[in-house]
Design a protein around this ligand. Structure first.
Ligand code: ADP
Ligand code: MG
Length: 644
């Protein structure tokens, strides 16, 4: 995605109309929805005051799919129809998830291409459909809280999500009729929640330790835009590992292993044990020790019984290896980002597992600064998304946060020499319409190719090509005489239409493009950064190319004039001198030497002045009538209209 869709198609927003938007954290283990109310972001709870919705969907034999805690509870008794951690399958190929298939209870279809499909009680479902159920549930939650339908949502995705994974997320939203204003990266959302976008320019680390995954992202805030410098982590490291350690410690303390099902633990006992382990772990984040009472008998009669004290210090020694691994990932990622620890301005803690005191302590020690923890680590991403959604929907017109209802990248057209002429600069608020006049490059040119590009670099080769179309039927005129008005119009949805019209005959040609298509936010950010990095270089390139185009034009025009009536108007010596100057310029033109070309251009201009004035007395138009137009001329690119 890239151009913002700030209003529904064809529907421009009335200034005082309040719109409803929400931010959704579509997580691997939990999902959340948040809205902004009276300027403050709040996470919405269900009727049992639960804010975290387990990202689990159960497909019963009859009735609608069940989502959340009730579905989670079905995992033991009906694993095949209870889909958890679907985020790991989003936008992935079957080969990416077969390793899941080996240990996961799910039945996959034998489809070999594209995303895996799951066989459930209710038939075949795709990961996109499963995610859609989670989104539907969150959307209902917000509808109840707002008393209105949502006008738009911002959904967060991991920074490392590729195009396919992002598209799958969008598709899931589409299934349930949610209007996605934007997908934003989870670490960016966390930074927004802390208001860091309006802070000083700095490098930020986002340490996200969730249930099953660890993500570390290094962002640079520059001119209100977050650039992802590097991401890293471990897709199989998280709070679940801590639970497992606690569970096996507990199991080792149960004297009668047989009654619990021996080495092949009864699934119900196992689930009980894991739930207990998680609860103990979570309590140990706020107390130093927990009094444990295990007592459970499964349907199979397998049972488990133990009572005793669990110390935080014991827990810490169990998990210290995992914590070390997270820090090793941090080191690698900092290296990828080419950032020294001292350059990190802030560290933000995200994910439930960053509540563990040892994690906080080690992170502080490693980064040599106190991490930001004041916002609930499992809510911070949803909160940032909600704040962003509120802006994108237009509820905060004077907001200074990220200028997002604007063009993220400049739009322009290719001119002679492979240069880009920007028609609408980046950061222009949309909707917008801008026009610019262009002209023909060659005498008698009757057609023109228009190449629409997106980006902020000076050369077409460094920008992104959006569309190409042709304007034909331009009446034959001398080069530079035709007026072709090119109009760019971007509607509130980010849809761009380009019209080229020859002013005297009003012949026109038109094209509609969606500039955002296939561009991720990160693409945009990296394109913008490229343009900043190359700004100086680009200016030189542009000057050079312009000079080369001008040289070519002058050579061709002078040659044509010489062929036309050179021998009538000039002495042989004059013709010879002019031809020499032409040949010299022809050679210099091919060199990448701006000054040399400029000097010779001036020289040729001086030399041909006399010839030009003689030709003034002859009707140029007469000479043009009936002249044939070669293909080259017909397909040449527009030339910037020079002011006379
Ligand atoms: P995800 O982003 O992967 O969906 P979350 O950010 O919701 O995951 O984190 C879930 C993990 O956080 C679980 O392992 C949970 O046990 C753990 N967690 C939640 N609260 C605490 C706490 N108070 N202390 C330790 N771990 C916690
Ligand atoms: Mg998360």
């Amino acid at each position: 995605m890239s151009l913002m869709q700030i209003a529904e198609p064809g529907q421009s927003q009335k200034p005082h109309q309040k719109k409803f938007a929400a931010g959704i954290d579509l997580g691997t283990t939990h999902s959340l929805v948040a809205i902004v109310r009276s300027g403050e972001a709040i996470v919405l709870a269900d009727h049992t005051e639960q804010k975290l919705l387990p990202s689990v969907v159960h497909y019963p034999l009859v009735g609608a799919p069940i989502v959340g805690k009730a579905a989670y509870d079905m995992a033991v008794s009906d694993p095949q129809n209870t889909i958890a951690s679907v985020k790991r399958m989003m936008g992935r190929g079957i080969e990416d998830v077969t390793h899941l298939g080996a240990q996961s209870p799910y039945r996959f279809t034998d489809k070999r291409d594209g995303m895996p499909e799951l066989i459930t009680n209710q038939g075949i479902v795709s990961p996109v459909q499963v995610s859609a159920e989670i989104l539907r549930c969150l959307s209902c939650r917000s509808k109840q809280a707002l008393g209105a339908e949502l006008d738009g949502v911002v959904i967060t995705v991991p920074a490392y999500f590729d195009d396919a994974q992002r598209q799958a997320t969008r598709d899931a939203a589409k299934i349930v009729g949610l209007n996605v204003l934007r997908l934003i990266n989870e670490p960016t959302a966390a930074a927004l929640a802390y208001g860091l976008d309006s802070a000083k320019e700095q490098v930020i680390a986002i340490f996200d330790l969730g249930g099953g995954t660890f993500d570390i992202s290094i962002l640079r805030l520059h001119k209100g835009i977050f650039e992802v410098l590097a991401t890293g982590g471990d897709s199989a490291l998280g709070g679940d590992d801590f639970d497992r350690e606690v569970a096996s410690w507990l199991l080792a303390r149960c004297h009668d292993r047989k009654s619990s099902g021996g080495d092949n633990l009864d699934p119900q006992v196992q689930r009980y044990l894991f739930n207990q382990a998680r609860s103990i772990k979570e309590q140990l984040s706020s107390v130093d020790s927990v009094q444990v009472e295990l007592d459970f008998t499964a349907k199979s009669n397998a049972s488990i019984k133990w009572s005793g004290t669990f110390l935080r210090t014991d827990f810490e020694s169990m998990i210290s290896g995992f914590v070390k691994r997270t820090l090793m990932s941090c080191r690698r990622t900092l290296k990828d980002a080419e950032i020294d620890i001292e350059e990190i301005g802030e560290v933000i803690m995200v994910g439930g597992s960053t509540r563990v005191p040892l994690v906080r302590e080690k992170v502080a020690e490693y980064f040599q600064c106190e991490p930001m923890v004041s916002i609930n680590p499992d809510e911070v991403v949803a909160i940032g998304a909600a704040l962003q959604a509120d802006i994108l929907i237009g509820n905060r017109p004077d907001s200074e946060m990220l200028l997002l209802d604007v063009l993220p990248l400049s739009l322009g057209i290719e001119t002679m020499g492979g240069l880009v002429e920007k028609i609408i600069p980046r950061n222009t608020p949309i909707p917008v319409s801008r026009a610019q006049d262009f002209t023909t490059y060659q005498d008698g040119q009757t057609a023109m190719k228009l190449h629409v590009v997106q980006g902020d670099r000076e050369l077409v080769a460094d920008c992104r090509s959006l569309a190409e179309f042709k304007l034909s039927g331009i009446p034959a005129m001398v080069a530079g005489a035709a007026h072709i008005r090119v109009t760019f119009q971007v509607d509130a949805d980010g849809l761009l239409s380009v019209t080229a019209m020859e002013q005297s005959t009003e012949v026109e040609s038109h094209i509609v493009v969606k500039p955002s298509y296939g561009l991720t936010d990160d693409d945009i950010i990296s394109m913008i950064n490229d343009s900043m990095q190359h700004a100086e270089d680009d200016v030189h390139q542009r000057r050079l190319k312009e000079q080369q185009v001008e040289a070519k034009r002058l050579i061709e025009a002078t040659r044509a004039a010489l062929a036309d009536n050179g021998s009538d108007l000039l002495t042989e010596a004059e013709q010879g001198a002019l031809n020499d100057a032409l040949a010299e310029l022809e050679l210099t033109r091919l060199k990448d030497d701006y000054l040399a070309i400029k000097n010779q251009l001036d020289e040729l201009n001086k030399q041909s002045e006399f010839f030009a004035s003689k030709r003034m007395n002859i009707s140029i138009n007469e000479a043009l009538v009936g002249s044939t137009i070669d293909e080259l001329a017909a397909s040449s690119r527009p030339t910037r209209q020079t002011q006379d």
